[in-house]
Design a protein around this ligand. Structure first.
Ligand code: SAM
Length: 282
């Protein structure tokens, strides 16, 4: 079989060898260098793959364990992959474990095309909340923030400067599927500062030296841009100066600061308080 034939889309193939070139290519996506080169990433588990397909993400390859044969949901995902022109690989458990670097891998892995929304395409509307993350380093923090942005119905996340990769296995896992419904943009600090000038609402920075208690502001007057600082250094001068207000979340104990994802969650629930429906009393 020629290499071209072995990569032809819209087909189902059985693969048991770890040295198969298709398997090697997918395994390489665990490394950022290859994700960047291929503009691709892995999502593990049937739920995540179905979430991504439902949200219109482009699937390149669906990999499933032999045990998935005959499973209606897996076969449906395979049919959708073939219909989208993707490749379907039925693999041994050993191959799936090697791809995901887990002893007990999920039954299904999808390889999807990465997606970023250009900053210029963001049109902030009344009630929108955009979260700008300055040089976020920790994949767990980024994934948790994307999940929380989804949960509160905020508009999206802007990655400012050198951030951890939102398409790493660890971040994708931590988003629990929210990655597929939260628009992501990225920009260096200069480009972000230019874009920020045209932002039509309040830009709120969170800062340990903030002079305003975050509970005292009215966040309902238009779109909000929430800026969160890097885990080690906090917001740098230029980003802090571009904010209309710098707010602080009060603390009572001995901790110097809150974890970035926790602070983002506290802020988002306050900013979105009026927009979130009250839970009916039992
Ligand atoms: N050593 C860093 C500093 O001096 O800013 C701590 C950074 S903190 C772990 C990460 C980010 O979470 C901060 O930049 C800020 O955006 C937010 N944050 C954490 N605790 C906060 C608080 N009590 N008030 C306001 N923002 C907070």
């Amino acid at each position: 079989m020629t290499d071209r034939q072995s990569r032809a889309p819209g087909q189902v193939k059985e693969v048991t060898s770890l040295s198969n070139p298709l398997v090697k290519d997918i395994k390489a996506l665990a490394m950022k260098k290859y994700r960047d080169r291929e503009h691709a990433f892995m999502a593990e588990g049937l739920k995540l793959v179905l979430d991504a397909l439902d949200a219109g993400w482009t699937i390149r390859t669906l990999v499933y364990a032999k045990a998935g044969r005959g499973n209606a949901a897996v076969e449906k995902a395979a049919a959708r992959t073939v219909a989208a022109g993707g490749l379907v690989l039925e693999v041994s458990e050993k191959v799936l474990a090697a791809i995901t670097r887990r002893d007990n891998p999920q039954m299904v892995v999808g390889v999807f095309q990465q997606r970023y929304r250009p900053l210029a395409d963001i049109r902030p509307a009344e009630g929108d909340v955009w979260v700008a993350l300055d040089r976020v380093r920790d994949p767990g923090n980024l994934g948790t923030i994307v999940r929380t942005v989804d949960a509160v119905g905020a508009a999206g996340v802007i990655l400012v400067g050198e951030c951890t990769d939102p398409f790493s296995l660890e971040t994708v896992r931590a988003t629990m599927g929210s990655l597929f419904s939260v628009p992501l943009s990225r920009a260096d600090e200069d480009a972000f500062l230019v874009w920020r000038k045209s932002f039509p609402g309040l830009a709120i920075g969170t800062h340990l030296k903030g002079s305003v208690d975050y509970r005292t502001l009215d966040y309902t007057t238009g779109p909000v841009l929430l800026l969160m600082g890097n885990e080690q250094q906090g917001l740098p001068g230029r980003l802090a100066e571009t904010c209309d207000r710098l707010v602080r979340i009060p603390q009572a104990g001995r901790a110097d600061s809150l974890n970035l994802a926790v602070a983002t969650g506290v802020m988002l629930y306050e900013i979105r308080r009026a927009a979130l429906p009250a839970t009916p009393e039992a």
